[in-house]
Design a binder for this molecule. Sequence first.
Ligand SMILES: *Cc1c(COP(=O)(O)O)cnc(C)c1O
Length: 404
Amino acid sequence: MTEQITRATFDEVMVPNYAPADIIPVSGKGSRLWDQQGKEYIDFAGGIAVTSLGHAHPVLVETMREQAGKLWHLSNVLTNEPALRLAKKLTQKTFADRVFLANSGAEANEAAFKLARRYAFDHYGPEKHEIISFYQSFHGRTLFTVTVGGQPKYREGFEPTPGGITHCEYNNIEQLKSLISDKTCAVVMEPIQGEGGIVPADENFIKQARELCDQHKALLVFDEVQSGVGRSGTLYAYQQTGIEPDILTTAKSLGNGFPVAAMLCTDKVAKSFSVGTHGTTYGGNPMAAAIAEAVIDIVDSEDVLEGVKKRHAMFVQALKEINDKYHVFKDIRGMGLLIGAEVVDELVGQAKQFLKHAIDEGLLVLVAGPNVVRFAPSLIIPEVDIKEGFTRFERAVSKVAGSM
Ligand SMILES: *Cc1c(COP(=O)(O)O)cnc(C)c1O
């Protein structure tokens, strides 16, 4: 019973909330993918900043096989060995004392925002419930997370949305000062905005936000769903700032494509999630936890993290060289292997053109909003693949430039 699957099948049977490209990849190895017709693609996208160790990494394949033969699922009624091993590792390597495991970035954030509210409720009463986040930020697609997120298009038509949420301009400390008050329970920030266009927070902004939170007894929440697990060049991006949050969320790269997420927090804050206050059936299931532990073991090594810095330089250099010839980008920015190239004014709204032409040339890239081409490859992408990828990217760029 093998029915031929084509792109048309999507339009037949799926809810139309996505518009996938025509290509249908069926296998991958490292940073290369092959579609149904056997055409090869170099992967500068990594899903969307997810497959940080590439496709079919032998250690991860073996870890999954081994765990699959032992135990897939346990309820939270029982103690879960792989989950505790993962949690121990995450606490040893970060500011955090405590971990809540979930399945997706949105769920980790949902837990973070609920915990921030509950902590303020427990210690200061119900008045202290306001959350401040930033315009253009992205925190997931549940009703709470689209409301905290700073892009109104994701909540339009889904109202009424949860109340008590205010948005501030990113990197604008004066505005944050004017918005924060003793009613604020949390300030929620991506240390580098991903979906919002690969925009890093200023170091001073993060520092002053931390101070404002302390003054007003508000929690600082870092959403590192996209920037985490080595993508920034350190295990978490906050580790480059000298500032520690009270709560941090991590997902995407954590399972290299296997669904897993975590909310990390301090001991003090964790106490407000007492028995029965929050939960999930699948969060931290043994499969996900075993794979995430293996991912952390591989990523958190000098070899991989130094490699991210080296590859960052190679990506930026290659983009600059292409741009010197074609003048299609006005800014190239980012951290580690989360890099954005913002298109020039003549190409406003057309970042997608690069993605389309790249696919024709056998290369996968991403956009981050209408004006930024985004690169989020595997952290261990081989140099030859970077070289070949940019040869293909240059051909795509020349086509876009030719249409200007
Ligand atoms: C992708 C993303 C999310 C949502 O993660 P899901 O796993 O899709 O729910 C949240 N925050 C940031 C910063 C993200 O990039």
